[in-house]
Design a protein around this ligand. Structure first.
Ligand code: FAD
Length: 341
């Protein structure tokens, strides 16, 4: 049985806390329910929005269609070989709960991605990443339902076309598939990534020396860092990093570096550099600024926040002001990471 509701407030279903409404709403708990949805012919032509934890969405308006809240649960070890364990999780599994399950069982590969908000089904959408790791490094395949036909299809790694905060689901396949389950290929032998951000220092503060390193220690360190640095959406509405870190040519980087010697950058290829968007925004004087009820976070300039009562359009208007000033000062165009509805 499917419980299709009308005029549902999305306020508690998006981490910005915007009070947008869904014309129709359905929550999907099982693969079978997802199939049933496609037998409801009256909804076939209705526009659809797939919702996970709402932690990467910016609603600028009500959604005049059907919001499909993905809540399929279940974590299952499918099989293992000498080096890997294959773990399948339902789209609605809370991402951090999956990380904890893997850490507790000694399955390595996603410990650096601890405490990223949202669901497992949304994780491949933007190839979630943090602290030097992206899910594509342990991704095996996913199951998705074609929104036009209701048919299930498997996407392997190559077919997902992962990139930095990118996948095929944000481009050619945008809005066309409902991801129902994701399978990861985790490592029995951990490869520790501790050179990114403050992981090394935090481990030292925790009294963990290199010979005591474990995936649990890394997960704990990442949790500590994230709790101290990132605003908790339960306290202040936000969707994490609003913009992606821009990639520019090495030539442009060198030219800018003569004018801004402190500008940080990381090589992403022989000819390209990635520049932290937060640094660029901070240099334009935006850190901690309020514009009405919208603002730029005081500790992390990459995060736009709803101080209470802001609308999605106010956040979007602030975002375009930020974009313009970064472009005017550095000649670099910032692109949003957040999905705008
Ligand atoms: C405080 C904070 C910190 C964050 N830190 C990070 C970080 O370190 N790294 C990072 O990569 N991200 C980060 N994010 C962004 C966010 O957590 C991730 O993008 C997460 O994967 C979004 O999951 P969700 O379930 O909330 O997706 P939603 O916001 O519900 O949806 C995001 C997009 O995916 C689509 N979608 C959702 N579920 C499905 C599905 N089952 N099938 C098809 N499409 C679907 C939606 O339609 C939408 O386009 C952060 C966000 C916050 C609020």
């Amino acid at each position: 049985m499917l419980d299709i509701q009308s005029h549902v407030s999305l306020k508690s279903y998006n981490t910005f806390g915007f009070d947008a409404k869904a014309r129709y709403w359905v929550e999907i708990d099982t693969d079978a329910q997802l199939q049933t949805l496609f037998q409801l012919t009256e909804f076939l032509a209705v526009p659809k929005l797939i919702l996970g934890g709402g932690s990467n969405l910016l609603f600028t308006r009500d959604f005049e269609g059907l919001v499909i809240k993905m809540s399929i649960q279940g974590i299952e070890v499918l099989r293992e070989d000498a080096s890997h364990v294959f773990v399948k999780a339902g789209a609605g599994v809370n991402w951090h709960q999956l990380v904890l399950f893997c850490v507790q069982n000694g399955y390595a590969g996603i410990e650096n991605l601890s405490l990223i908000p949202g669901t497992t089904g949304a994780a491949p959408m933007q190839n979630i990443g943090a602290y030097g790791v992206e899910i594509e490094q342990v991704f095996d395949h996913l199951e998705a339902v074609d929104i036009r036909t209701g048919e299930t299809r498997i996407f392997n790694h190559a077919e997902c076309r992962f990139g930095y905060r990118e996948s095929v689901f944000k481009h050619e396949a945008k809005g066309q598939y409902i991801i129902s389950n994701v399978t990861f290929r985790l490592n029995k032998q951990p490869v520790f990534h501790i050179d990114y951000g403050a992981i090394r220092e935090t481990l030292a503060t925790m009294g963990i020396s290199e010979d005591k390193l474990s995936i649990k220690a890394i997960s704990d360190a990442v949790i500590r860092i994230r709790r101290s640095k990132l605003p908790n959406p339960a306290e202040i509405g936000n969707a994490g990093s609003f913009f992606k870190n821009p990639e520019i040519s090495k030539d442009q980087f060198e030219t800018l570096k003569t004018e801004y010697p402190a500008m940080p950058g990381f090589p992403t290829g022989d000819l390209t550099m990635k520049v932290p968007a937060g640094w660029l925004i901070e240099q334009c004087g935006w850190k901690g600024k309020h514009v009405g009820n919208a603002g730029v976070h005081s500790k992390q300039a990459l995060v736009l926040v709803n101080h209470g009562g802001a609308t999605g359009s106010e956040i979007l208007s602030l975002a375009s002001k930020v974009q313009q000033s970064v472009e005017d000062k550095f000649g670099i165009r910032l692109n949003p990471e957040v999905n705008i509805v």
